[in-house]
Ligand binder design. Sequence first.
Ligand SMILES: O=C([O-])CC(=O)C(=O)O
Ligand SMILES: [Mg+2]
Length: 414
Amino acid sequence: MTDLRQQALDYHAYPTPGKISVEITTPAETSVDLALAYSPGVAEPVREIAENPDDVYKYTGKGNTVAVISNGTAILGLGNLGPMASKPVMEGKALLFKRFANINSFDIEVKHKTVEDFVNTVANIADSFGGINLEDIKAPECFVIEKALIERCKIPVFHDDQHGTAIVTCAGMLNALDIQGKDIKQANIVCLGAGAAAIACMELLIKCGAQREKIYMLDTKGVIHTRRDDLNEYKKLFANNTDKRTLEDVIAGADVFVGVSGPDLLTAEQLKLMAPNPVVFACSNPDPEIKPEIALATRDDVIIATGRSDYPNQVNNVLCFPFIFRGALDVRARIINDEMKIAAVHAIKDLAKEDVPAEVLAASGDKSLTFGKDYIIPKPMDSRLCAKVAKAVAQAAIDSGVAALEMPENYMAD
Ligand SMILES: O=C([O-])CC(=O)C(=O)O
Ligand SMILES: [Mg+2]
């Protein structure tokens, strides 16, 4: 563990501090080049854009650039550690955008006093980018912020911890339930955590067939139920009319556990209480609600997933956000709507059922990957994800009328 700690610190410190840099895409060697890149040549696209604002997509990098924006109030499962502490994560998201979907991104960490202050800051700079990925902003402010920004911005605004996590969770869950022989409509679901990811995951699971009254959500005070008077409007949507109060009460007989809370909060004893063939998604990062080795030592009928790269079944929003933005940017979608999110769920889910080519195995370091308990969801380094997810998302954007462009010819053909 200490070894990983030092390796991770060195990874971030060397060869240069941080994980990303900016590169030049045009020649800039001679004075002729500079006369085009800068004064006087640069005046020409300025005039074009002033005349026709859409030309900004033609003459600048806007259309392939996403801002990754945080205030550091809910960094992974680590808590409210402030904007600067969130910077390695936001640079990490920028790395993933580039690595997996060839999208350029800038990380922006915002210090602010009020929600309005944050919204104004982001709304005022939004036009510089093709899209905005909000990251690691705590609930309930994240809901207000996202809604306000969607209203004010002309480009897609997507809160990754809500929707990215929800899309990947739904894709993995539909497959896991399928393997366990369970029907989502009948599943008793326990959701530990009541923040951004929890609420979005449960809402999307409901859109995929889960029954609201079969969901038990817990916050730090226990089960969210109808007789509590301390619930915000978002938690209220999950207030269950029940006498159950604790995790023990609700985990007994549950088919599904979704953890989006913090480390080691599900014990082996509690896991034993679940129904036969349970599904456990322990998604708190970096440390899951239960370690896979403990879960698998406790019972052999469980499917266990975490948010981490170093275990099988990585249910992490990296499987979604680079590709949903790829699709959205390529047809210049105005927003990322439910149709696009559901299209992403199915594209990710279905890819796990396809044969895995040798080059994906080589990249993931696995000897073989076959749809089943240890492979419910594609690997992030599966290069087929970009084409499949982006195309499904772009098509859904076109079909639902939010795309400004048609499907590019031969889009993602190879
Ligand atoms: O960064 C990750 O690994 C996933 C994520 O968004 C989070 O945990 O907040
Ligand atoms: Mg996050």
